[in-house]
Design a protein around this ligand. Structure first.
Ligand code: PEP
Ligand code: MG
Length: 588
Protein backbone atom coordinates (compact mmCIF):
# COMPACT_ATOMS: atom_id res chain seq x y z
CA UNK A 1 0.00 0.00 0.00
CA UNK A 2 1.37 3.42 -0.83
CA UNK A 3 0.28 5.95 1.70
CA UNK A 4 1.86 9.27 2.41
CA UNK A 5 -0.97 11.01 4.24
CA UNK A 6 -0.85 11.49 7.97
CA UNK A 7 -2.08 8.38 9.78
CA UNK A 8 -2.73 8.35 13.51
CA UNK A 9 -2.70 5.04 15.37
CA UNK A 10 -3.74 4.74 18.98
CA UNK A 11 -1.97 2.33 21.33
CA UNK A 12 -1.17 1.80 24.97
CA UNK A 13 0.98 4.57 26.49
CA UNK A 14 3.94 2.87 28.20
CA UNK A 15 6.75 5.38 28.51
CA UNK A 16 6.29 9.15 28.35
CA UNK A 17 8.04 11.48 25.94
CA UNK A 18 8.05 12.34 22.26
CA UNK A 19 10.08 10.45 19.66
CA UNK A 20 10.47 11.82 16.15
CA UNK A 21 12.34 9.89 13.49
CA UNK A 22 12.45 7.20 10.86
CA UNK A 23 11.09 3.72 11.48
CA UNK A 24 13.20 0.58 11.75
CA UNK A 25 11.45 -2.78 11.74
CA UNK A 26 13.13 -4.85 14.37
CA UNK A 27 12.69 -8.53 14.92
CA UNK A 28 14.56 -10.86 17.19
CA UNK A 29 12.49 -14.01 17.27
CA UNK A 30 10.63 -16.25 14.94
CA UNK A 31 7.84 -13.72 14.93
CA UNK A 32 8.34 -12.06 11.58
CA UNK A 33 8.80 -14.94 9.29
CA UNK A 34 5.32 -16.32 9.10
CA UNK A 35 4.92 -16.02 5.32
CA UNK A 36 7.96 -15.57 3.11
CA UNK A 37 7.08 -16.97 -0.30
CA UNK A 38 9.70 -17.53 -3.00
CA UNK A 39 9.38 -18.00 -6.73
CA UNK A 40 10.21 -21.24 -8.55
CA UNK A 41 13.44 -19.68 -9.82
CA UNK A 42 14.61 -18.99 -6.28
CA UNK A 43 14.20 -22.56 -5.06
CA UNK A 44 17.74 -23.74 -5.85
CA UNK A 45 19.29 -20.69 -4.26
CA UNK A 46 17.12 -21.17 -1.17
CA UNK A 47 18.19 -24.81 -0.87
CA UNK A 48 21.81 -23.75 -1.17
CA UNK A 49 21.27 -21.17 1.60
CA UNK A 50 19.72 -23.84 3.78
CA UNK A 51 22.51 -26.37 3.18
CA UNK A 52 25.04 -23.73 4.08
CA UNK A 53 23.25 -22.86 7.35
CA UNK A 54 22.94 -26.54 8.20
CA UNK A 55 26.61 -27.09 7.50
CA UNK A 56 27.68 -24.17 9.71
CA UNK A 57 25.37 -25.36 12.48
CA UNK A 58 26.80 -28.88 12.25
CA UNK A 59 30.34 -27.52 12.55
CA UNK A 60 29.24 -25.46 15.51
CA UNK A 61 27.88 -28.49 17.31
CA UNK A 62 30.91 -30.60 16.45
CA UNK A 63 33.17 -27.94 17.92
CA UNK A 64 31.04 -27.72 21.06
CA UNK A 65 31.10 -31.48 21.33
CA UNK A 66 34.90 -31.60 21.08
CA UNK A 67 35.12 -29.00 23.84
CA UNK A 68 32.64 -30.88 26.02
CA UNK A 69 34.48 -34.15 25.50
CA UNK A 70 37.52 -32.54 27.08
CA UNK A 71 35.95 -31.03 30.17
CA UNK A 72 32.16 -30.86 29.88
CA UNK A 73 29.52 -32.85 31.70
CA UNK A 74 28.67 -36.18 29.96
CA UNK A 75 24.99 -35.17 29.60
CA UNK A 76 25.96 -32.23 27.41
CA UNK A 77 28.08 -34.48 25.21
CA UNK A 78 25.08 -36.76 24.83
CA UNK A 79 22.72 -33.89 23.96
CA UNK A 80 25.09 -32.54 21.36
CA UNK A 81 25.34 -36.05 19.95
CA UNK A 82 21.55 -36.13 19.60
CA UNK A 83 21.61 -32.74 17.88
CA UNK A 84 24.23 -33.95 15.41
CA UNK A 85 22.15 -37.02 14.65
CA UNK A 86 19.10 -34.82 14.10
CA UNK A 87 21.01 -32.66 11.65
CA UNK A 88 21.95 -35.72 9.66
CA UNK A 89 18.48 -37.18 9.75
CA UNK A 90 16.68 -37.17 6.36
CA UNK A 91 13.90 -35.17 8.03
CA UNK A 92 16.30 -32.28 8.50
CA UNK A 93 18.20 -32.69 5.25
CA UNK A 94 16.14 -33.86 2.30
CA UNK A 95 12.91 -33.42 4.27
CA UNK A 96 13.35 -29.67 4.65
CA UNK A 97 14.58 -29.36 1.08
CA UNK A 98 11.42 -31.11 -0.12
CA UNK A 99 9.35 -28.69 1.94
CA UNK A 100 11.15 -25.69 0.42
CA UNK A 101 10.33 -27.06 -3.02
CA UNK A 102 6.78 -28.09 -2.17
CA UNK A 103 5.71 -25.06 -0.14
CA UNK A 104 7.80 -22.51 -2.04
CA UNK A 105 8.55 -20.68 1.14
CA UNK A 106 11.78 -19.46 2.65
CA UNK A 107 13.48 -21.82 5.07
CA UNK A 108 12.77 -19.49 8.01
CA UNK A 109 9.04 -19.90 7.44
CA UNK A 110 9.37 -23.66 7.29
CA UNK A 111 11.45 -23.81 10.45
CA UNK A 112 9.16 -21.55 12.40
CA UNK A 113 6.15 -23.64 11.50
CA UNK A 114 8.15 -26.75 12.43
CA UNK A 115 8.92 -25.33 15.88
CA UNK A 116 5.30 -24.33 16.39
CA UNK A 117 4.06 -27.74 15.25
CA UNK A 118 6.35 -29.54 17.69
CA UNK A 119 5.50 -27.22 20.56
CA UNK A 120 1.79 -27.67 20.04
CA UNK A 121 1.97 -31.40 19.47
CA UNK A 122 3.97 -32.06 22.61
CA UNK A 123 2.87 -29.28 24.94
CA UNK A 124 0.13 -31.41 26.48
CA UNK A 125 2.44 -34.38 27.00
CA UNK A 126 4.20 -33.93 30.31
CA UNK A 127 6.36 -37.00 29.77
CA UNK A 128 10.01 -35.99 30.16
CA UNK A 129 11.03 -37.89 27.02
CA UNK A 130 8.70 -35.87 24.79
CA UNK A 131 9.64 -32.62 26.48
CA UNK A 132 13.27 -33.43 25.77
CA UNK A 133 12.51 -34.01 22.10
CA UNK A 134 10.74 -30.65 21.81
CA UNK A 135 13.73 -28.99 23.43
CA UNK A 136 16.08 -30.68 20.99
CA UNK A 137 14.05 -29.70 17.94
CA UNK A 138 13.73 -26.12 19.11
CA UNK A 139 17.40 -25.92 19.96
CA UNK A 140 18.57 -27.30 16.64
CA UNK A 141 16.08 -25.16 14.70
CA UNK A 142 17.17 -21.99 16.49
CA UNK A 143 20.80 -22.70 15.77
CA UNK A 144 20.08 -23.17 12.07
CA UNK A 145 17.82 -20.10 12.03
CA UNK A 146 20.56 -17.95 13.50
CA UNK A 147 22.76 -18.88 10.53
CA UNK A 148 19.98 -18.27 8.06
CA UNK A 149 19.71 -14.63 8.98
CA UNK A 150 22.92 -13.46 10.51
CA UNK A 151 22.93 -10.17 8.66
CA UNK A 152 19.22 -9.73 8.27
CA UNK A 153 18.94 -9.26 11.99
CA UNK A 154 19.23 -5.63 13.03
CA UNK A 155 20.86 -5.29 16.41
CA UNK A 156 19.30 -2.72 18.67
CA UNK A 157 22.75 -1.25 19.29
CA UNK A 158 23.20 -0.63 15.58
CA UNK A 159 20.03 1.20 14.58
CA UNK A 160 20.53 4.69 13.11
CA UNK A 161 20.11 7.82 15.26
CA UNK A 162 16.55 8.71 16.24
CA UNK A 163 15.09 5.46 15.03
CA UNK A 164 11.51 4.63 15.79
CA UNK A 165 11.95 0.94 16.58
CA UNK A 166 8.91 -1.09 15.50
CA UNK A 167 8.72 -4.66 16.74
CA UNK A 168 6.19 -7.30 17.60
CA UNK A 169 7.63 -7.62 21.09
CA UNK A 170 10.63 -6.41 23.04
CA UNK A 171 12.48 -8.53 25.54
CA UNK A 172 14.43 -6.97 28.42
CA UNK A 173 17.79 -8.19 27.12
CA UNK A 174 17.30 -6.10 23.98
CA UNK A 175 15.80 -3.09 25.68
CA UNK A 176 18.69 -2.84 28.11
CA UNK A 177 21.10 -2.59 25.21
CA UNK A 178 19.17 0.23 23.57
CA UNK A 179 20.81 3.62 23.52
CA UNK A 180 18.43 6.54 24.08
CA UNK A 181 20.26 8.60 21.45
CA UNK A 182 19.86 5.97 18.75
CA UNK A 183 16.39 4.82 19.70
CA UNK A 184 13.93 7.71 19.48
CA UNK A 185 10.99 5.54 20.53
CA UNK A 186 9.65 2.01 20.74
CA UNK A 187 6.39 0.85 19.18
CA UNK A 188 5.26 -2.75 19.66
CA UNK A 189 2.21 -4.93 19.13
CA UNK A 190 2.67 -6.81 22.41
CA UNK A 191 3.87 -5.55 25.80
CA UNK A 192 2.25 -4.36 28.99
CA UNK A 193 2.67 -1.37 31.27
CA UNK A 194 4.99 -2.99 33.80
CA UNK A 195 6.62 -5.57 31.55
CA UNK A 196 10.36 -5.53 32.15
CA UNK A 197 10.99 -4.08 28.71
CA UNK A 198 8.65 -1.23 29.66
CA UNK A 199 10.45 -0.61 32.95
CA UNK A 200 13.77 -0.35 31.13
CA UNK A 201 12.36 1.94 28.46
CA UNK A 202 11.06 4.29 31.16
CA UNK A 203 14.33 4.13 33.08
CA UNK A 204 16.16 5.16 29.93
CA UNK A 205 13.61 7.82 29.06
CA UNK A 206 12.71 6.22 25.73
CA UNK A 207 9.11 6.93 24.69
CA UNK A 208 7.16 3.72 24.15
CA UNK A 209 3.70 2.86 22.83
CA UNK A 210 2.43 -0.75 22.78
CA UNK A 211 -0.61 -2.48 21.34
CA UNK A 212 -0.11 -1.02 17.87
CA UNK A 213 -0.75 -3.05 14.72
CA UNK A 214 2.81 -3.40 13.40
CA UNK A 215 1.68 -5.49 10.45
CA UNK A 216 -0.47 -2.58 9.30
CA UNK A 217 2.52 -0.23 9.56
CA UNK A 218 4.48 -2.57 7.34
CA UNK A 219 2.01 -1.97 4.57
CA UNK A 220 2.34 1.81 4.74
CA UNK A 221 5.06 3.74 3.02
CA UNK A 222 6.55 5.63 5.94
CA UNK A 223 8.49 8.86 5.46
CA UNK A 224 8.70 9.61 9.13
CA UNK A 225 6.86 9.08 12.38
CA UNK A 226 6.12 10.70 15.71
CA UNK A 227 5.57 8.65 18.83
CA UNK A 228 3.71 10.34 21.64
CA UNK A 229 4.43 8.09 24.61
CA UNK A 230 2.23 10.11 26.95
CA UNK A 231 -0.94 9.88 24.88
CA UNK A 232 -0.16 6.50 23.34
CA UNK A 233 -0.17 7.83 19.76
CA UNK A 234 1.86 6.88 16.71
CA UNK A 235 1.58 9.47 13.97
CA UNK A 236 2.86 8.19 10.66
CA UNK A 237 3.82 10.65 7.92
CA UNK A 238 2.93 13.69 10.04
CA UNK A 239 1.89 16.91 8.33
CA UNK A 240 4.12 19.95 8.73
CA UNK A 241 1.76 21.49 11.27
CA UNK A 242 1.73 18.28 13.37
CA UNK A 243 5.48 17.99 13.22
CA UNK A 244 5.93 21.58 14.37
CA UNK A 245 3.49 21.12 17.21
CA UNK A 246 5.28 18.00 18.44
CA UNK A 247 8.70 19.57 18.16
CA UNK A 248 7.46 22.20 20.58
CA UNK A 249 5.96 19.62 22.93
CA UNK A 250 9.27 17.76 22.92
CA UNK A 251 11.18 20.93 23.76
CA UNK A 252 8.80 21.47 26.67
CA UNK A 253 9.48 17.96 27.98
CA UNK A 254 13.22 18.40 27.77
CA UNK A 255 13.09 21.76 29.56
CA UNK A 256 10.95 20.30 32.33
CA UNK A 257 13.36 17.37 32.70
CA UNK A 258 16.30 19.74 33.04
CA UNK A 259 14.46 21.81 35.66
CA UNK A 260 13.63 18.73 37.71
CA UNK A 261 17.17 17.40 37.47
CA UNK A 262 18.52 20.59 38.95
CA UNK A 263 16.55 19.93 42.12
CA UNK A 264 17.70 16.31 42.55
CA UNK A 265 19.96 17.26 45.48
CA UNK A 266 16.95 18.41 47.55
CA UNK A 267 15.71 16.20 50.35
CA UNK A 268 12.68 14.02 49.73
CA UNK A 269 10.58 15.55 52.48
CA UNK A 270 7.03 16.69 52.88
CA UNK A 271 6.13 20.34 53.41
CA UNK A 272 5.97 19.65 57.15
CA UNK A 273 9.36 17.97 57.27
CA UNK A 274 8.69 14.20 57.14
CA UNK A 275 11.54 12.53 55.35
CA UNK A 276 10.78 9.93 52.69
CA UNK A 277 13.95 8.14 51.65
CA UNK A 278 14.30 7.69 47.91
CA UNK A 279 16.46 4.88 46.60
CA UNK A 280 17.32 3.86 43.06
CA UNK A 281 16.29 0.78 41.12
CA UNK A 282 19.22 -0.39 39.04
CA UNK A 283 19.66 -2.88 36.23
CA UNK A 284 23.09 -1.97 34.95
CA UNK A 285 25.87 -2.12 37.58
CA UNK A 286 27.85 0.53 35.70
CA UNK A 287 25.13 3.06 36.39
CA UNK A 288 25.93 2.99 40.07
CA UNK A 289 28.58 5.61 39.32
CA UNK A 290 25.88 8.00 38.13
CA UNK A 291 23.77 7.64 41.24
CA UNK A 292 25.55 10.29 43.22
CA UNK A 293 24.16 12.94 40.88
CA UNK A 294 20.64 11.57 41.05
CA UNK A 295 20.26 12.21 44.78
CA UNK A 296 19.55 8.56 45.66
CA UNK A 297 19.89 7.35 49.26
CA UNK A 298 21.35 4.12 47.90
CA UNK A 299 20.28 1.24 45.69
CA UNK A 300 16.92 -0.07 46.85
CA UNK A 301 16.72 -2.74 44.17
CA UNK A 302 19.50 -4.11 42.03
CA UNK A 303 17.88 -6.46 39.52
CA UNK A 304 20.87 -8.77 39.39
CA UNK A 305 19.38 -11.01 36.69
CA UNK A 306 20.37 -8.32 34.18
CA UNK A 307 23.95 -9.43 34.71
CA UNK A 308 23.30 -12.34 32.42
CA UNK A 309 20.22 -11.48 30.40
CA UNK A 310 22.27 -10.37 27.45
CA UNK A 311 25.34 -12.50 27.99
CA UNK A 312 25.99 -15.98 26.86
CA UNK A 313 26.28 -17.54 30.32
CA UNK A 314 25.77 -16.99 34.00
CA UNK A 315 28.50 -14.84 35.52
CA UNK A 316 30.87 -16.87 37.68
CA UNK A 317 31.16 -16.36 41.44
CA UNK A 318 34.40 -14.47 40.89
CA UNK A 319 32.91 -12.16 38.25
CA UNK A 320 29.93 -11.45 40.46
CA UNK A 321 32.14 -10.83 43.47
CA UNK A 322 34.08 -8.18 41.52
CA UNK A 323 30.88 -6.50 40.32
CA UNK A 324 29.21 -6.42 43.74
CA UNK A 325 32.42 -5.24 45.41
CA UNK A 326 32.80 -2.40 42.94
CA UNK A 327 29.17 -1.36 43.33
CA UNK A 328 29.35 -1.45 47.14
CA UNK A 329 32.53 0.59 47.15
CA UNK A 330 31.24 3.24 44.84
CA UNK A 331 28.14 3.67 47.03
CA UNK A 332 30.43 4.63 49.93
CA UNK A 333 28.41 3.11 52.75
CA UNK A 334 24.98 3.71 51.26
CA UNK A 335 22.82 0.57 51.08
CA UNK A 336 23.05 -1.78 48.11
CA UNK A 337 20.11 -4.17 48.03
CA UNK A 338 20.97 -7.04 45.70
CA UNK A 339 17.93 -8.96 44.64
CA UNK A 340 19.04 -12.49 43.83
CA UNK A 341 18.36 -13.62 40.26
CA UNK A 342 14.70 -13.13 39.41
CA UNK A 343 14.83 -15.55 36.53
CA UNK A 344 11.78 -16.41 34.45
CA UNK A 345 8.49 -14.67 33.77
CA UNK A 346 8.97 -12.20 30.95
CA UNK A 347 12.73 -12.08 31.51
CA UNK A 348 14.06 -14.29 28.79
CA UNK A 349 17.78 -14.79 28.35
CA UNK A 350 19.29 -15.44 24.97
CA UNK A 351 21.80 -18.02 26.14
CA UNK A 352 21.72 -21.60 27.29
CA UNK A 353 22.96 -22.52 30.74
CA UNK A 354 24.95 -25.74 30.85
CA UNK A 355 22.67 -27.34 33.39
CA UNK A 356 20.42 -29.62 31.36
CA UNK A 357 17.28 -28.85 33.36
CA UNK A 358 17.95 -25.16 33.55
CA UNK A 359 17.99 -25.08 29.76
CA UNK A 360 14.31 -25.86 29.86
CA UNK A 361 13.47 -22.40 31.11
CA UNK A 362 15.83 -20.51 28.90
CA UNK A 363 15.51 -22.19 25.62
CA UNK A 364 11.86 -22.53 24.93
CA UNK A 365 10.24 -20.78 27.84
CA UNK A 366 7.88 -23.65 27.35
CA UNK A 367 6.21 -23.47 30.69
CA UNK A 368 2.55 -23.07 29.97
CA UNK A 369 2.39 -20.03 32.19
CA UNK A 370 5.86 -18.66 32.98
CA UNK A 371 4.62 -15.95 35.36
CA UNK A 372 3.13 -18.67 37.55
CA UNK A 373 5.95 -21.10 36.92
CA UNK A 374 9.39 -21.84 38.20
CA UNK A 375 10.41 -18.21 38.53
CA UNK A 376 12.87 -16.46 40.87
CA UNK A 377 13.38 -18.14 44.27
CA UNK A 378 11.62 -21.30 43.03
CA UNK A 379 14.19 -21.59 40.26
CA UNK A 380 17.11 -20.79 42.55
CA UNK A 381 16.16 -23.39 45.13
CA UNK A 382 15.80 -25.95 42.37
CA UNK A 383 19.22 -25.09 40.89
CA UNK A 384 21.27 -24.51 44.04
CA UNK A 385 24.62 -24.38 42.27
CA UNK A 386 23.67 -21.17 40.45
CA UNK A 387 22.19 -19.78 43.65
CA UNK A 388 25.12 -20.71 45.87
CA UNK A 389 27.63 -19.08 43.54
CA UNK A 390 25.63 -15.86 43.69
CA UNK A 391 25.23 -15.95 47.47
CA UNK A 392 28.93 -16.68 48.00
CA UNK A 393 29.81 -13.71 45.80
CA UNK A 394 27.45 -11.45 47.74
CA UNK A 395 28.68 -12.63 51.15
CA UNK A 396 32.30 -12.13 50.11
CA UNK A 397 31.56 -8.63 48.77
CA UNK A 398 29.57 -7.63 51.84
CA UNK A 399 32.54 -6.29 53.76
CA UNK A 400 33.03 -3.57 51.14
CA UNK A 401 29.79 -1.75 51.92
CA UNK A 402 26.23 -2.00 53.20
CA UNK A 403 25.12 -4.94 51.10
CA UNK A 404 21.70 -6.54 51.69
CA UNK A 405 20.12 -9.58 50.09
CA UNK A 406 16.58 -9.55 48.73
CA UNK A 407 14.60 -12.67 47.79
CA UNK A 408 12.14 -12.33 44.88
CA UNK A 409 8.74 -13.99 44.48
CA UNK A 410 8.51 -15.52 47.92
CA UNK A 411 5.19 -17.32 48.26
CA UNK A 412 5.86 -19.34 51.41
CA UNK A 413 7.86 -18.89 54.59
CA UNK A 414 9.71 -22.15 53.92
CA UNK A 415 11.56 -20.42 51.07
CA UNK A 416 12.99 -17.87 53.49
CA UNK A 417 14.01 -20.58 55.91
CA UNK A 418 15.67 -22.51 53.08
CA UNK A 419 17.64 -19.43 52.03
CA UNK A 420 18.69 -18.75 55.62
CA UNK A 421 19.94 -22.34 55.92
CA UNK A 422 21.94 -22.08 52.67
CA UNK A 423 23.47 -18.78 53.77
CA UNK A 424 24.44 -20.29 57.13
CA UNK A 425 26.26 -23.20 55.48
CA UNK A 426 27.96 -20.91 52.97
CA UNK A 427 29.18 -18.61 55.74
CA UNK A 428 30.66 -21.60 57.54
CA UNK A 429 32.37 -22.75 54.31
CA UNK A 430 33.75 -19.29 53.67
CA UNK A 431 35.05 -19.00 57.23
CA UNK A 432 36.81 -22.35 56.83
CA UNK A 433 38.39 -21.00 53.65
CA UNK A 434 39.70 -18.07 55.70
CA UNK A 435 37.58 -15.48 53.92
CA UNK A 436 36.65 -12.42 55.95
CA UNK A 437 32.94 -11.70 56.31
CA UNK A 438 30.82 -8.99 57.88
CA UNK A 439 28.79 -9.99 60.92
CA UNK A 440 25.44 -10.46 59.20
CA UNK A 441 24.10 -9.54 55.80
CA UNK A 442 20.48 -8.36 56.18
CA UNK A 443 18.01 -10.61 54.39
CA UNK A 444 14.85 -9.13 52.90
CA UNK A 445 11.80 -10.55 51.27
CA UNK A 446 9.89 -9.20 48.29
CA UNK A 447 6.18 -9.00 48.91
CA UNK A 448 4.81 -9.45 45.44
CA UNK A 449 2.67 -12.57 45.65
CA UNK A 450 -0.74 -12.49 47.38
CA UNK A 451 0.18 -15.28 49.82
CA UNK A 452 3.20 -13.37 51.09
CA UNK A 453 1.15 -10.19 51.44
CA UNK A 454 -1.45 -12.08 53.48
CA UNK A 455 1.19 -13.84 55.59
CA UNK A 456 3.25 -10.72 55.98
CA UNK A 457 3.16 -10.71 59.78
CA UNK A 458 4.73 -14.19 59.91
CA UNK A 459 7.29 -13.35 57.21
CA UNK A 460 8.22 -10.10 58.91
CA UNK A 461 9.33 -12.04 61.98
CA UNK A 462 11.76 -14.12 59.91
CA UNK A 463 13.43 -11.46 57.81
CA UNK A 464 15.23 -8.17 58.30
CA UNK A 465 13.31 -5.99 55.85
CA UNK A 466 10.40 -6.06 53.41
CA UNK A 467 10.20 -4.76 49.90
CA UNK A 468 6.82 -4.39 48.21
CA UNK A 469 6.97 -5.20 44.51
CA UNK A 470 3.74 -3.76 43.20
CA UNK A 471 4.52 -4.63 39.57
CA UNK A 472 4.01 -8.28 40.33
CA UNK A 473 1.66 -7.86 43.26
CA UNK A 474 -0.85 -6.11 40.99
CA UNK A 475 -0.43 -8.78 38.32
CA UNK A 476 -1.01 -11.64 40.75
CA UNK A 477 -3.74 -10.04 42.87
CA UNK A 478 -5.78 -8.86 39.90
CA UNK A 479 -4.92 -11.88 37.74
CA UNK A 480 -3.89 -9.45 34.96
CA UNK A 481 -0.68 -10.20 33.07
CA UNK A 482 1.71 -7.27 33.40
CA UNK A 483 3.12 -7.92 29.90
CA UNK A 484 -0.12 -8.26 28.02
CA UNK A 485 -1.71 -5.19 26.42
CA UNK A 486 -5.07 -6.98 26.40
CA UNK A 487 -5.19 -6.92 30.18
CA UNK A 488 -3.89 -3.36 30.53
CA UNK A 489 -7.36 -2.07 31.41
CA UNK A 490 -7.55 -4.59 34.26
CA UNK A 491 -4.07 -3.88 35.56
CA UNK A 492 -3.73 -0.87 37.84
CA UNK A 493 -1.96 -0.22 41.09
CA UNK A 494 -4.72 2.04 42.37
CA UNK A 495 -7.10 -0.88 42.71
CA UNK A 496 -8.71 -0.81 46.21
CA UNK A 497 -7.44 -4.34 46.90
CA UNK A 498 -3.85 -3.19 46.36
CA UNK A 499 -4.25 -0.22 48.69
CA UNK A 500 -5.67 -2.50 51.38
CA UNK A 501 -2.80 -4.93 51.00
CA UNK A 502 -0.21 -2.16 51.20
CA UNK A 503 -1.81 -0.92 54.40
CA UNK A 504 -1.73 -4.44 55.80
CA UNK A 505 1.92 -4.97 54.87
CA UNK A 506 2.97 -1.64 56.40
CA UNK A 507 1.13 -2.48 59.60
CA UNK A 508 2.79 -5.95 59.86
CA UNK A 509 6.21 -4.44 59.19
CA UNK A 510 5.66 -1.77 61.83
CA UNK A 511 4.52 -4.32 64.39
CA UNK A 512 7.62 -6.43 63.77
CA UNK A 513 9.70 -3.21 63.69
CA UNK A 514 11.12 -4.07 60.30
CA UNK A 515 11.69 -1.50 57.56
CA UNK A 516 9.47 -1.64 54.51
CA UNK A 517 10.28 -0.17 51.12
CA UNK A 518 8.17 -0.03 47.96
CA UNK A 519 10.01 -0.54 44.67
CA UNK A 520 7.32 -1.09 42.02
CA UNK A 521 6.76 1.35 39.15
CA UNK A 522 3.86 3.07 40.95
CA UNK A 523 6.41 4.58 43.34
CA UNK A 524 7.23 7.03 40.53
CA UNK A 525 3.62 7.92 39.76
CA UNK A 526 2.81 11.44 41.06
CA UNK A 527 -0.83 10.41 41.66
CA UNK A 528 0.19 7.36 43.69
CA UNK A 529 3.01 8.90 45.75
CA UNK A 530 0.81 10.80 48.26
CA UNK A 531 -1.37 7.69 48.73
CA UNK A 532 1.69 5.57 49.47
CA UNK A 533 2.97 8.10 51.97
CA UNK A 534 -0.49 8.30 53.50
CA UNK A 535 -0.52 4.51 53.86
CA UNK A 536 2.68 4.74 55.90
CA UNK A 537 5.38 4.02 53.30
CA UNK A 538 8.55 5.93 54.19
CA UNK A 539 10.97 4.45 51.66
CA UNK A 540 10.53 4.34 47.90
CA UNK A 541 12.82 2.93 45.23
CA UNK A 542 12.49 4.10 41.62
CA UNK A 543 14.60 4.34 38.47
CA UNK A 544 17.29 6.97 38.98
CA UNK A 545 15.78 9.06 36.20
CA UNK A 546 12.57 9.46 38.20
CA UNK A 547 14.11 10.48 41.52
CA UNK A 548 13.83 14.24 40.88
CA UNK A 549 10.15 13.90 39.94
CA UNK A 550 9.42 11.80 43.03
CA UNK A 551 11.13 14.30 45.32
CA UNK A 552 9.35 17.17 43.59
CA UNK A 553 5.98 15.45 44.20
CA UNK A 554 6.71 14.63 47.85
CA UNK A 555 7.69 18.22 48.49
CA UNK A 556 4.18 19.38 47.58
CA UNK A 557 2.40 17.40 50.28
CA UNK A 558 1.86 17.58 54.05
CA UNK A 559 1.82 14.26 55.80
CA UNK A 560 -1.67 14.83 57.25
CA UNK A 561 -3.09 15.62 53.83
CA UNK A 562 -1.54 12.45 52.46
CA UNK A 563 -3.03 10.39 55.31
CA UNK A 564 -6.45 11.90 54.73
CA UNK A 565 -6.16 11.19 51.02
CA UNK A 566 -5.25 7.56 51.71
CA UNK A 567 -8.07 7.17 54.24
CA UNK A 568 -10.50 8.57 51.69
CA UNK A 569 -9.14 6.19 49.05
CA UNK A 570 -9.59 3.18 51.31
CA UNK A 571 -13.32 3.92 51.55
CA UNK A 572 -13.83 3.06 47.89
CA UNK A 573 -15.01 -0.34 46.81
CA UNK A 574 -15.01 0.39 43.11
CA UNK A 575 -11.75 0.72 41.24
CA UNK A 576 -13.31 3.07 38.73
CA UNK A 577 -14.62 5.48 41.35
CA UNK A 578 -11.33 5.36 43.22
CA UNK A 579 -9.50 6.27 40.03
CA UNK A 580 -11.80 9.25 39.50
CA UNK A 581 -11.28 10.33 43.15
CA UNK A 582 -7.51 10.18 42.77
CA UNK A 583 -7.44 12.01 39.48
CA UNK A 584 -9.19 14.99 41.07
CA UNK A 585 -7.61 14.87 44.54
CA UNK A 586 -3.97 14.39 43.64
CA UNK A 587 -3.53 17.21 41.12
CA UNK A 588 -1.23 19.91 42.55
C1 PEP B 1 8.00 -5.68 41.27
O1 PEP B 1 7.52 -6.78 40.96
O2 PEP B 1 7.32 -4.72 41.64
C2 PEP B 1 9.45 -5.46 41.19
C3 PEP B 1 10.00 -4.37 41.63
O3 PEP B 1 10.22 -6.41 40.59
P1 PEP B 1 10.27 -6.68 39.00
O4 PEP B 1 9.58 -5.52 38.33
O5 PEP B 1 11.68 -6.80 38.62
O6 PEP B 1 9.51 -7.95 38.85
MG1 MG C 1 8.74 -8.52 40.75
Amino acid sequence: MSHTEEVVLRGLPISKGIGIGLPVFFSSHEEDVQELPISKKEIDEEIYRYRNALDLSRKDVERLQRMSLRDGPPEIVAILGTHLEMMQDPLMTTGIEDKIRGMQQKTETIFCSLIEEYKQRFSILQDAYFQDRVRDVVDVSRRILSYLRPVGRVRITEVPHNSIVLAHELVPSETIEANAILVGAFVTSAGGITSHAAIIARAKGIPYVANVDIKLLKRIEIRGAIVDGSQGLVIVNPSRATLKRYQEVRRGYLQNDRKLKNSSHLRGETVDGYEIRIFANLENPKEVELLRKSGAAGVGLFRSEYLFLFRKRFPTEEEQFEIYKKMARSLRGKPLVIRVFDIGGDKKADFMPEDRDAQYFFNIGSELNPALGCRAIRFLLRYPEIFKAQLRAILRASRFGDIQILIPMVSDISEILAVRAIIKTLREDLCKEGIKLTKEVPLGCMIEVPSSALMCDALAREIDFLSIGTNDLVQYVLAADRSNPNTADLYFSTHPSILRLIRMIVSSANQAQKPVLLCGECAADPAMIPILIGLGIRELSVSARHIPLVKHTIRKWRILEACRLAEGALEYGSAKELKAYLSTETVR
